[in-house]
Design a protein around this ligand. Structure first.
Ligand code: 13P
Ligand code: SF4
Length: 312
């Protein structure tokens, strides 16, 4: 007889037994978000990782997020359900190219978006997320030149907000860069009263149409504060699960990508490699485990701690 496991129940049992905490990003599958102890954006997740007293951190997100949790907790076991949960943005900035770039500009302060590898963080002065990038950039004296990497879209957005020139790395997120302007305009024609909200990893022409630009947590808060409106949501579709829970009566219209004609939304394939079965296996076997070179961990910790300090 075919036996179907109740993953949610088994995950809850194992989590308790092992004193583990499950941290999940808003882009994770809904069923994973529902079994997590904390669901949040990149900043919230790193703040949670910094303060947890669990023995093991199970990171339901992508590799750079789990790596950040490991850097903040070198003595704890940090596991990721699938090591293939990467990130196009992190991949767009290899350390072998970034190191000479940084060395060629020794007078620049290096600010890196958290979506990068531990090696890149180790070459940085301060890390930021989409929640605090503006604040972090503004914390650097006006006359000090800045390298901002790896996301050029977030970098351009911050430049437009601060009026400050920065040296940008040419990286981007495949999910947010794929939003279709034509489909956005058509959707807005169909729903002229809908408010367009977008994540700052999106391209400039999309951001120019948005009435609100912010991190995933920022977008959820904005929708909560204006729940009487209707929204076109310009970020990865996983956010709709938590957003709709917060505003059950509000119409949320996901923004589709250029290529996608089968589903009216945009999904990050990296985020979606994690499944309930892999989450269960990972809790049970305590693997795949995240390991980071000790020297890299030491050097990457300071720029992350600076970010956490500036975000209080
Ligand atoms: P935030 O979590 O900062 O909103 O960033 C979204 C993202 O793309 C994470 O990979
Ligand atoms: Fe990376 Fe983009 Fe996926 Fe976020 S949504 S993990 S930035 S590829």
């Amino acid at each position: 007889m075919f036996f179907e496991m109740d993953y949610a129940k088994e995950i809850a049992r194992l989590k308790k037994e092992k004193n583990a905490v499950i941290l999940a990003h808003y882009y994770q599958r809904p069923e994973i978000q529902d079994v997590a102890d904390y669901v949040g954006d990149s900043l919230g997740l790193s703040q949670q990782a910094a303060q947890t007293d669990a023995d093991m951190i199970v990171f339901a997100g992508v590799h750079f997020m789990a790596e950040t949790a490991k850097i903040l907790n070198p003595a704890k076991k940090v596991v990721l359900p699938d090591l293939n949960a990467g990130c196009s943005l992190a991949d767009s900035c290899p350390a072998s190219l970034f190191e000479p770039f940084v060395k060629a500009h020794p007078d620049h302060v290096v600010i890196t978006y958290i979506n990068c590898s531990a090696e890149i963080k180790a070459l940085s002065d301060i890390v930021c997320t989409s929640s605090n990038a503006l604040k972090i950039v503004n914390s650097v004296p006006k006359e000090t030149p800045i390298i901002f990497a790896p996301d050029k879209n977030l970098g351009n957005y911050i430049m437009s907000q601060t009026g400050r020139e920065m040296l940008l790395w040419d990286g981007s997120c495949i999910v947010h860069e794929a939003f279709s302007m034509d489909k956005l305009l058509n959707l807005h024609q169909e729903h002229p009263e809908a408010v367009i909200i977008a994540h700052p990893e999106s391209e400039t022409h999309i951001l120019k149409t948005a009435q609100y630009i912010g991190s995933t947590a920022g977008m959820i808060n904005y929708v909560k504060q204006h729940s009487d409106k209707k929204f076109i949501v310009g970020t990865e579709a996983g956010i709709l699960h938590e957003m709709q829970k917060e505003v059950p009566g509000t119409e949320l219209i996901p923004l589709p990508s250029k290529e996608n004609n089968t589903c009216a939304c945009s999904e990050c394939a990296y985020m979606k490699v994690n499944t309930m079965q892999k989450l269960y296996d990972c809790l049970l076997n305590e693997t795949p485990e995240i390991h980071v070179d000790e020297k890299i961990m030491d050097r990457a910790l300071l720029p992350i701690e600076r970010m956490l300090e500036l975000s209080k």
